[in-house]
Design a protein around this ligand. Sequence first.
Ligand code: ZN
Length: 170
Amino acid sequence: MDRIVIPCSDDDSCRLPSDNFHQCLLCTNAHSSIVGRLDDIDQELSGKILHREVAVAQLASYKREYEMTRQGIGKLTVEMLMEHYEKHRLNTKGELAREIMYTQTLQTVYREKAIGSHSSTQGLAVNRVAIAEWLKLSKHKVEMLKTYNVMQRHATNQTTTQNATPYEFN
Ligand SMILES: [Zn+2]
């Protein structure tokens, strides 16, 4: 089987995320309602404020809940929350947004560097291969945008429903 060897500068960058899953309190309790509420905070705030600020809000919420219910999954820190939500868990909407931006950047490069070149002697030269690649990227981006918009609408609907029936702490 073919292998790709990636040179690493230190141990940490060499480690695959799955190596840490079994040590992570949030991963081992991923299906609990407590982690579910932390997931909701991540979904609501990520992309709007800094990663660290999301983790601070999650920790504050976790502590409040623990004080009221005496139920928790153990001692959490901002660093543990950041590690889990950045490296162990796939934020589909965030990933998709990054993928769309990357495709957009590639398209810009194709448009500016590869598709056409102008010279005073030969006029405008158009590169058919580059146009075909650009069109592929364009279709790919439009498909991703459709999915992103559906997710966005779904998230907005959820927020509206949640506002109509606020979550009650007993
Ligand atoms: Zn984790």
